[in-house]
Design a protein around this ligand. Structure first.
Ligand SMILES: [Zn+2]
Length: 488
């Protein structure tokens, strides 16, 4: 690029990213270079959201806010402090969570103060209030909150994947009069999740049903979503739980019908958070950095003026006109006027995954035809000024989401292979693949699958795929299939 720079604001040294198949190293580096987070905060399992990363995350939050509310699920906020006695109401829940809980203790402690814990998940704070709301005649209850939750993670923490402060965690909790109503609600939540996966993140969803013995005690059923990371590991990514009456009985969530009979409520809960963003980063990213799905991109089109000193004014003015024109057409455009070389700017915006880059230099100023770079395809197109906005809109709304979706679909196709022999399945898993196998869903065969190799897990039964076959462990006839791979 022919150009001359006056004062340089900073020096950018382009850095080659680790290979994506070396996923943990690639991921840790790219989230810092793209300024998603700063991982240097001095408390294990916590991190700082950087402005660009926060905008990106909040764009996802805005999407789910709208979706939930369109589905009649209203936003609430419950306190961070939870009385210990609430947490102990469901003894099985408490036993399971005890080792992960943080206590809230005043710095200067007074005698006789009530013991408090810090919210690890919503149930113990919400359900005692649900009891009162039901008495007030508020059934059905359909609410959610998006908050930080806190869990002491003994295992290795991974930014946005396994944190001690789980930020932007949404949890939906509902309560219903009948089992049928709760079932319908659960189906609605599965649809909402699939919509987020397909239309917002541009990723084909993998949905599985959890086996009965893996559920919360007393729960009816659960559907979990998974992604396959570039290194072939399976990562759980959100769940929808039909809780049955398990919690309702512990927290006395009940109503009295017109004949005076008492009935316990039926409940559904759903949760996920920053792991959605992890999925978009992991599955769309490449050797240059992130590729952000257009519908959640903080900047959709970045304009890079390229000039020598005496052209600066004219080209910057033109870049600004183009930006205004695009903004008017509903495209979130921005001009990068910093005193950096064009090459440095290309490098930075590639890492940040901005969907479209428009280059404007002397030639473009004269011809009114621009080089438009698509981040997903890594291809340049030459587009005339009067077609610029409609070209970009078409790419952002249709072509790029389709391209990203199909790319992940193709990746999944290559990663998932069907096996009827455990030795061959294991060989494939060791090579970084995911094995699809028939299984009978029994606990014994589940345990056997888990014990085949360290750190592998069956994900549950694929929700939508069925075919006739024999359980890979016991040989029993079955229609259910599961994905087996290394977990995270
Ligand atoms: Zn079996």
């Amino acid at each position: 690029m022919a150009e001359e720079n006056e004062k340089k604001e900073q020096v950018i040294i382009p850095e080659k990213l680790p290979a994506r198949t070396d996923f943990v190293r690639w991921y840790n580096r790219v989230i810092e270079l793209a300024e998603i987070v700063d991982r240097r905060y001095d408390v294990k399992g916590t991190f700082v959201w950087m402005p660009y990363g926060l905008k990106l995350m909040k764009n996802i939050v805005k999407k789910w806010d709208r979706l939930f509310q369109e589905n009649g699920i209203e936003e609430t906020y419950f306190p961070l402090f939870v009385p210990l006695k609430y947490a102990q109401k469901n003894d099985k829940w408490f036993e399971g969570f005890k080792k992960n809980l943080y206590a809230a203790v005043p710095f200067i402690s007074e005698q006789g103060e009530e013991k408090l814990i810090i919210r690890p998940t919503g149930e113990p704070a919400m359900y005692p209030i649900f009891r009162l709301w039901i008495r007030d005649g508020r059934l059905p209850i359909k609410i959610y909150q998006t908050v930080s939750s806190f869990r002491l993670e003994g295992r290795t923490t991974h930014t946005m994947i396994r944190d001690r402060e789980i930020t932007f965690w949404y949890e939906i909790h509902t309560a219903h009069k009948t089992k049928e109503e709760a079932y319908e609600e659960m189906q609605r939540h599965i649809k909402i999740n699939e919509h987020i996966w397909k239309n917002i993140l541009n990723i084909p969803p993998i949905a599985v049903e959890k086996p009965k013995y893996e559920l919360f005690p007393g729960a009816e059923s659960a559907v979990e979503f998974y992604i396959i990371l570039p290194d072939g590991r399976l990562l759980e990514n959100g769940s929808v739980n039909n809780l049955g009456q398990a919690y309702a009985k512990k927290f006395d969530l009940s109503y009295v019908d017109k004949d005076g009979n008492k009935h316990y409520c039926w409940q559904v809960c759903t949760g996920n958070g920053a792991r959605y963003l992890v999925a978009a980063i992991a599955l769309h990213g490449d050797e240059r950095g992130l590729v952000v799905p257009p519908s959640i991109a903080p900047i959709q089109a970045i304009i890079i003026p390229i000039y020598t000193k005496h052209e600066k004014e004219a080209i910057e003015a033109h870049a600004s006109e183009i930006k205004e024109m695009l903004l008017k057409r509903g495209i979130n455009a921005c001009v990068d006027n910093r005193a950096l070389t064009a090459g440095e700017k290309f490098y930075i915006w590639d890492i940040k995954g901005v969907p479209i880059r428009i280059e404007i230099g002397r030639k473009e100023l004269a011809s009114k035809e621009y080089a438009v770079f698509r981040r997903d395809e890594k291809k340049r197109y030459s587009v005339k000024q009067n077609e610029l906005a409609s070209f970009i809109k078409k790419v952002l709304q249709k072509e790029m989401p389709d391209y990203l979706y199909k790319k992940v679909e193709q990746f999944y196709k290559e990663k998932i292979k069907y096996f009827t022999s455990t030795e061959e399945a294991l060989r494939w898993i060791k090579k970084g693949g995911v094995a699809k196998v028939h299984w009978c869903e029994s606990e014994a065969c589940y345990e056997e699958l888990v014990s085949l190799e360290k750190a592998i897990e069956p994900s549950g039964s694929l929700l939508y795929e069925r075919s006739k076959g024999k359980c890979i462990i016991c040989g029993k006839e079955t229609e259910r299939l599961t994905l087996v791979g290394r977990g995270y």
